[in-house]
Structure formats: structure tokens, C-alpha cells
Design a protein around this ligand. Structure first.
Ligand SMILES: Nc1ncnc2c1ncn2[C@@H]1O[C@H](COP(=O)(O)OP(=O)(O)OP(=O)(O)O)[C@@H](O)[C@H]1O
Length: 305
């Protein structure tokens, strides 16, 4: 993969000897530009993510993102279709070719619901949550954490199957911090790579002797669940008003009332969004809860929004 690339005058590119036509711009992330391209041979659509690497470290990070995609072959983790690095004027660009998911991100689905004055039914929330947890479980079981889980980093297939994407912040889940300097390094890294309003409390003020693990993803998962229930992230307003998210995450999450979702879903949210990572559940426990809520309780079925 990633051996050849040329940019031809008619708006086509070649990656791994396969040609793709540029169709249109799709989106812009914090670190990248994403374009829609079409495979000339297979007629399929792909999202081409272009990351400008400012230095050797940036190139290494993009390489890690590629490797993370390759590491997993899972129905809830976005696969990789190809990649290459191009060098231009002394700078390097990583081009990551991904299968295109037309429905877009979970966030765009939530925005549409909000614009229509609608909501996400509980059954649908549980289905999407279950898929997200399955993807996370695959990562956590192999000793990795996503570190930047949020509704814009979850794509939804037509049948609502979620796909975890943007694996650029992923790293080994267990980070042992020994001393103030290491704590500052982790904290600075988190400030750059983990979106503030979905960032786990322990990453705001990293203690000088501690272990950071995959429970940072569980916190973000709670924020994603909250977003599906209330169509905005729990700390979006705090951030927008310029208040301190670092302070806000120290308090128990407030569930807006009246709330039309079941007690069990509200309880699940409260048990996930626990400030102390030692008291936060792991992904297996959450999967069990979802399983119980979807299958075993006929009441939950009938009372569901
Ligand atoms: N495969 C895809 N199919 C459809 N849309 C996509 C795809 N990949 C990316 N996008 C769109 O592009 C946006 C940005 O992608 P991505 O999150 O990977 O970039 P990023 O620079 O890492 O962003 P950020 O750091 O801000 O989260 C996504 O939120 C999504 O809307």
C-alpha cells in the first residue's frame, strides 16, 4: 500500500495503481481535509482524508492512524481502503482512503433531529450504543483506547450500524504516569488530541503518579449517550459560554428533567459518567446492561419512548 500516487490534470488521483476521480469536498476536521472520490475501476465512493504533516512527529502520527485502521477488522470500526504519503515542497501529506459512509456522522443525524424538533427513540439509542460499545470492546480487548470518541467521530451506515472513525488519537490504553514531567506530557497531549467537551476528567489535571487507562473512552461514551438523549453534548454549553469544562466534569452529570427516557437508561448514563475513573464501569459491564435493557425486560420494551 501507499507506493504510488500521481495527480492528473482531470482531477483524478492514483493510489496503489488504482485511479480515483475527485467528486467534491466533504468536510474539514481539526487536522485534515476530507474529499469524496470515486474509484474509476470499481465505481465505489470513498472518503479521502488528507492530513498535512508539519514535521516528523506529525508524519508518525498519521502513520499510526493508518496502522490503527489496519489493526482492526470489525463491523463497528471503519476499515482502510488505501493510503499513501506525498512529499510537496518539503512538507509531507498523508492521504488516507476510507470507505465512504453516505449517511455521515452520528452528529449530523442528531443535528437533523434537533432541527426537526424530533428526538431519538430509546430503542434506536440502545442499538447505536451497543454498536459503539462493540467497536470499543474490540479496541480495549487488544489493549488500545480510542481517546477521541464523540458523535462526529462515529459514522452511521444506512441501517444505523455505527462505525468508529478518526483513529488518529488512538494509543495503548494503559499509560503509567511517573512524576510531574510525565504527567504534564500526558496532559498536554490530551489537550491537543482529546476534544475538550468529551475529555475525561482525569485528563484535565493528570496526577503525577497514576495510571490512565481505557476508561477515558468510557467517559466519552457517556457524553455520546447524553448527546443521543438530549441532542447536544453535556458540556457543549459550558464550553460555548467560555466556562471551565475541567471544573464542570468534577460534578455529577445533570440529567435534564422531565426526561422521557426510561429510568434504566438514565441510570445507565449516571453510572457511566462518573468522575473518578476507578468507579467507572468497563465496556463489558455496559454491554451487559444494554443487553438486559433490550432483551430481558418486557416493561422496558413497552415503556420505551
Ligand atoms: N468515511 C467517511 N465517510 C463519510 N464522511 C466522512 C468519512 N470520513 C470523514 N468524514 C467526514 O469528515 C469529518 C472529519 O473527519 P475526521 O474526524 O477523520 O477528521 P479530523 O481532522 O481527525 O477531525 P477532528 O480531529 O476535528 O475530529 C467527519 O466528521 C465526517 O463528517
Amino acid at each position: 500500500m501507499g507506493q504510488t500516487l500521481c495527480i492528473c490534470s482531470r482531477g483524478s488521483i492514483t493510489i496503489d495503481n488504482k485511479r480515483y476521480y475527485f467528486i467534491q469536498k466533504l468536510d474539514e476536521g481539526g487536522f485534515s481535509y476530507v474529499d469524496l472520490v470515486e474509484g474509476v475501476q470499481d465505481g465505489r465512493f470513498y472518503a479521502l482524508k488528507r492530513i498535512l504533516c508539519h514535521d516528523r512527529e506529525g508524519r508518525q502520527e498519521a502513520q499510526t492512524e493508518v496502522e490503527m485502521h489496519r489493526l482492526f477488522s470489525h463491523p463497528n470500526i471503519l476499515g482502510l481502503a488505501g493510503h499513501t504519503f506525498i512529499e510537496r515542497g518539503g512538507k509531507s501529506e498523508a492521504w488516507i482512503l476510507l470507505p465512504y459512509v453516505q449517511k455521515g456522522s452520528l452528529w449530523s443525524v442528531l443535528e437533523k433531529l434537533r432541527d426537526k424538533g424530533s428526538f431519538m427513540p430509546e430503542r434506536r439509542i440502545l442499538k447505536v450504543l451497543q454498536g459503539i460499545c462493540s467497536g470499543l470492546k474490540a479496541m480495549h480487548d487488544r489493549g488500545y483506547a480510542h481517546r477521541d470518541l464523540k458523535p462526529t467521530n462515529v459514522l452511521l451506515e444506512e441501517d444505523d450500524r455505527p462505525l468508529l472513525m478518526d483513529l488518529g488519537s488512538m494509543n495503548r490504553s494503559r499509560m503509567e504516569v511517573k512524576g510531574t514531567r510525565e504527567a504534564m506530557t500526558v496532559q498536554d497531549w490530551a489537550a491537543q488530541r482529546c476534544t475538550i467537551s468529551y475529555r475525561a476528567p482525569e485528563l484535565f489535571n493528570v496526577e503525577s503518579h497514576c495510571v490512565i487507562d481505557d476508561r477515558t473512552d468510557i467517559w466519552s461514551l457517556g457524553c455520546v449517550l447524553y448527546s443521543m438523549m438530549f441532542l447536544e453534548g453535556p458540556y457543549d454549553m459550558v464550553f460555548q459560554k467560555g466556562d471551565s469544562v475541567a471544573l464542570a466534569v468534577q460534578n455529577p452529570v445533570t440529567i435534564p428533567q422531565p426526561c422521557s427516557y426510561s429510568e434504566s437508561l438514565q441510570n445507565l448514563l449516571s453510572s457511566i459518567m462518573v468522575s473518578n475513573p476507578q468507579e467507572r464501569p468497563d465496556v463489558n459491564w455496559i454491554l451487559d446492561q444494554i443487553q438486559d435493557m433490550t432483551c430481558s425486560s418486557p416493561n422496558t420494551q413497552t415503556n420505551m419512548v
